[in-house]
Design a protein around this ligand. Structure first.
Ligand code: ZN
Ligand code: ZN
Length: 373
């Protein structure tokens, strides 16, 4: 039995890479800033410390020994930054943080555990391990202006092309409980035409398949009728009841039996520094996904990183295959599939078990309704 509880593991031993580790990693530095922020009451100082924490967490390079700090580090926390960066090792960082703390006690949070910093992603990817984001052929699970994305389908597809993809799956939200801006029946039809128009003109370079990110309802059914699932790849996800601590195994397992479900998206629904995600018996969920032939998503959006390497390894052991998702809401976000690659590398998942490294015709196997060339 494996509950959806974040796993505590020491940051010192979590990245066993050939690439040299920094004396003070961004992970330790960012965690110190998060804890310092929370040691202060709400106000300007707390906000500045939080902004510094995120600036460090999202910086693609380790800051150890680097002179230039990310521009988003607020000026008022530069002395704190200098003091923490001057420490030799994580114990020294923790001790310095204690000296700098505000009125509340410093404490970690399970909602921040088991996430890779952007610098760790770069290090894991540089270290190789058989998985290289440059070899990805499919860019899957991204959004457009038709739901809550920032760009048009054309702009997103062009950005996928620039990243070297040969196929893509657009997955805008449906208009359910979870997304007021989602697609209704007319929106789905309009997008179908936009996808067909792209494929007519540029399908030889990048073939786009229409998908939908659908909501798994409380009883495990989906928020789209069966008639709307024809010719569409469904990524099914939970976006409601995520903060509740009840077990949601049944809800997920029933959704996996629904016709047309292609991928189980961000299975836990965790959010960095916000919530740990749902509880479920993941062994049962992954066995059901493998049995149903539904892909398990590894969501690389930095604030999601859902699943983490421990659960990815559990799913791999259960015989699941994976879809790597950037969950991009902007062309810039498409690069987040590298985070998913890093998470899979850490779980020692093989390239063959990941749909995005394969060609389009693998994707369409058993789905004659997809009209793939
Ligand atoms: Zn989602
Ligand atoms: Zn999404």
């Amino acid at each position: 039995m494996c509950e959806g509880r974040p796993h505590r593991f020491s940051r010192a031993s979590r990245l066993d890479l050939k690439y040299p580790s920094p004396v003070v990693s961004n992970a330790d530095l960012a965690e110190a800033f998060f804890q310092l922020a929370e040691s202060h009451p709400p106000g300007e100082l707390r906000l500045a410390l939080l902004r510094a924490a995120y600036a460090v967490f999202d910086n693609p390079r380790e800051l150890d020994g680097v002179r230039r700090l990310p521009e988003t580090v607020p000026l008022e926390v530069l002395p704190t930054m200098a003091m923490l960066r001057g420490c030799r090792g994580r114990d020294a960082v923790a001790a310095a943080a204690h000296r700098l703390a505000g009125p509340h006690r410093l404490r970690g949070s399970p909602t921040r555990e088991g996430f890779l910093t952007a610098a760790e992603v770069s290090r894991v990817v540089a270290d190789g391990g058989g998985l290289d984001p440059r070899h990805l052929r499919g860019a899957a699970h991204w959004h457009t202006r038709a739901s809550d994305g920032a760009a048009t389908l054309e702009a997103m597809a062009r950005a996928c092309l620039r990243r070297g993809a040969t196929w893509g799956v657009v997955t805008d939200h449906t208009r359910g409980l979870a997304c007021v801006n989602g697609l209704d029946a007319e929106g789905i039809e309009l997008q179908r035409r936009a996808v067909a128009s792209w494929n007519r003109r540029r399908g030889e370079e990048l073939w786009v398949v229409q998908g939908l990110e659908v909501e798994i309802l409380e009883d495990g059914r989906l928020d789209v009728p069966r008639t709307a699932r024809e010719g569409v790849l469904l990524v099914a996800a939970i976006h409601t009841g995520l903060a509740e601590r009840r077990d949601q195994t049944g809800r997920l397992v029933r959704a996996l039996q629904e016709p047309g479900v292609w991928t189980l998206a961000h299975p836990r629904g965790r959010l960095f520094a916000r919530r740990a995600g749902i509880r479920a018996n993941w062994e049962v969920v992954f066995a059901a996904a493998a049995e149903a032939g539904v892909l398990v998503e590894v969501n690389g959006f930095p604030r999601r990183q859902d699943l983490d390497p421990t659960l990815i390894a559990l799913a791999g052991g259960a015989g699941c295959r994976f879809l790597l998702a950037s969950d991009a809401h902007h062309p810039r976000h498409l690069a987040f599939d590298a985070t998913a690659v890093a998470l899979c590398s850490q779980a020692a998942i093989s390239r063959e078990a990941i749909a995005n490294f394969g060609p389009l015709d693998h994707l369409a196997a058993g789905r004659p309704d997809l009209a793939v060339p």
